[in-house]
Design a protein around this ligand. Structure first.
Ligand code: SAH
Length: 515
């Protein structure tokens, strides 16, 4: 199989500014070679088994030289891999993407370029600075300010100073004073508006407004650091009125969730959502709206188990009731029917109960219409309905390896003879290990646990590193989960009044006094 290199722009920082095409290829890639400016959240879109290679500058470490990056790209492509070379902003705007493309084309290695939203335009936009504006600026000029000091003669400052449009300098913070000096020396008026935007499009964005005459001083006292860009021109004034993003950030900063990293390990799925057993994207966005960074990493894997189900089908005559406690159980049951070519007519008079609407819907797909379904999902509600039936029947409770106990003992108390049938297994998802370790390493402010098993699985998956959770605030969905967390020596800081996924997230978003 032939490999290919995708030179992909990651956008300026806000993960929402990634293009659809870039997201698709990142999700598919075997290897992702990224540098400092690419947002972590974007990198985490990668497959669990994708190889992640950091070639950027990190504190205490030299960046990988360009020739070496080229060699890595070529080697991986020749191994037949789909390689994403992920760069901040746009790969062809001061990103050395052209050099990499030339190298690859020289070697006959197939490549594609996926443009990104460049910081040169997007960062001013987030600072409320339109880079062009009718009757104010009809051109935008993008420069590198890197090496301005040494090569100032190479740059034609006279011409640059005469330009009427908006001037944008990337990589110029280190030389800000030289840039301003050269522009002033060559005739740009000292009152020309200028701004510095640091870490644009991220929750740390900061804009400093000034004029060519004082911008360098102002940047210094505001402790501006890279990445930051310099914008020069009349349009900069508009930013004072239109600075929408920082206004929004300031509003969010009033709440205690701002900037908090919240780890969520329970599942987020359409299916689970219907019976309240998963988070919905809307709930997650409640937290994001408050400025929290949500790290969503489900740790639980569900796999169907057919052995007990097949045995059940062989002895169907001895059961009066089939009780399904979840959609997953119903799904496995359908699988077992198919596997054994079991004709549904053989189910004859057996009666069927389901704990909730989505379980029932799954059964209906196999033309099985449950006799009993409680209006509100809960095994207690189903038990109440079953108690009203004539007693003494034999019931098969089709459930997971770790579920059903409560229902079974309830049935026994109600005079049924009940047997547990394991239809699927809950297991820790080992593919999530690398991601969890990386996230723990970067620090978690709030850890949210939705069941004793998600807590234990997270512990199993991360081993020693799990202790880092001690530095975080812990939220548990209800008393059972709380007990499980505490039994391992961790403190639970928050339990919602309503013990549901929805209640949990809504209350975290609303009640801040525990943070
Ligand atoms: N290819 C990138 C630019 C790479 S050069 C692009 O298209 O955006 C790196 C420079 O870009 C930084 O020194 C800084 O000047 C600018 N930059 C990148 N991201 C930025 C951000 N989020 N905020 C401010 N400046 C940024």
């Amino acid at each position: 199989m032939e490999g290919k290199v995708f030179l992909v722009g990651a956008g300026p920082g806000d993960p929402g500014l990634l293009t659809v095409k870039a997201a698709e290829i990142i999700k598919r890639a075997d290897s992702i070679i990224y540098d400092r400016l690419a947002n972590r959240e974007i990198i985490e879109l990668a497959r669990d088994d994708a190889e992640l290679v950091n070639v950027g500058k990190e504190p205490g470490r030299h960046p990988v030289p360009q020739e070496e990056i080229n060699a890595i790209l070529a080697r991986k492509a020749l191994e037949g891999k789909t390689v994403v070379r992920l760069k901040g902003g746009d790969p062809f705007v001061f990103g050395r993407g052209g050099e990499e493309a030339l190298f690859l084309s020289g070697k006959g290695i197939p490549f594609e370029v996926i443009p990104g939203i460049t910081s040169a335009v997007a960062v001013p936009a987030y600072a409320g600075i339109p880079v062009t504006h009718r009757e104010m600026s009809f051109a935008i000029h993008i420069f590198t300010g890197h090496g301005c000091a040494q090569r100032s003669k190479d740059m034609d400052w006279k011409t640059i100073s005469k330009l009427d449009g908006t001037l944008i300098f990337l990589m110029g913070i280190g030389n800000l004073d030289k840039i301003a000096e050269n522009l002033l020396a060559c005739g740009k008026p000292p009152e020309t508006p200028a701004a510095i935007v640091m870490e644009g499009t991220t929750p740390r964005q900061k804009t400093v407004f000034g004029r060519l005459s004082d911008i360098s001083e102002k940047a210094m006292s505001a402790e501006i650091k890279n990445p930051a860009l310099i914008a020069v021109g009349d349009v900069v004034e508009l930013g004072k009125v239109l600075g929408w993003y920082e206004n929004e950030l300031n509003r969010k900063k009033e709440g205690k969730l701002f900037g908090k990293r919240i780890l969520i390990t329970g599942s987020l799925s359409e299916e689970g959502r219907k019976n309240g057993a998963a988070f919905s994207p809307e709930e997650i966005s409640l937290l994001k709206d408050k400025g929290a960074e949500v790290i969503y990493c489900p740790v639980l894997k569900i796999s169907p188990a057919y052995h007990a189900l097949e045995e059940l089908l062989e002895n169907m005559e001895s059961f009066d009731w089939l009780i399904f406690t979840s959609k997953n159980g119903a799904k496995s049951f359908a699988g077992a029917l198919r596997k054994k070519r079991f004709d549904v007519r053989r189910l004859k008079s057996v009666r069927i109960a389901a704990t909730g609407a989505s379980t029932s819907a799954m059964l209906e797909e196999c033309f099985l219409y449950p006799d009993l379904v409680p209006k509100q999902y809960a095994s207690a509600n189903l038990l109440e309905m079953l108690e009203k039936q004539e007693c003494g029947g034999t019931a098969a409770v089709i459930t997971s390896d770790i579920g059903g106990e409560e229902l079974i003992s309830g049935l026994k108390r109600a005079g049924f003879s009940a047997k547990k049938v394991v239809a699927y297994k809950n297991e820790p998802d080992y593919k999530k290990r690398g991601r969890l370790l990386r996230e723990l390493d970067r620090g978690i402010d709030i850890a949210v646990f939705t069941s004793p098993s998600t807590f234990r699985y997270m512990q199993t998956l991360t081993g020693e590193a799990f202790q880092k959770i001690k530095n975080a605030r812990i939220a548990a969905i209800g008393p059972v989960t709380k007990k499980a967390v505490e039994s391992e020596g961790f403190r639970v800081d928050f339990v919602p009044d309503e013990h549901t996924y929805e209640g949990l997230i809504k209350e975290i978003a609303k009640r801040e006094n525990w943070l």
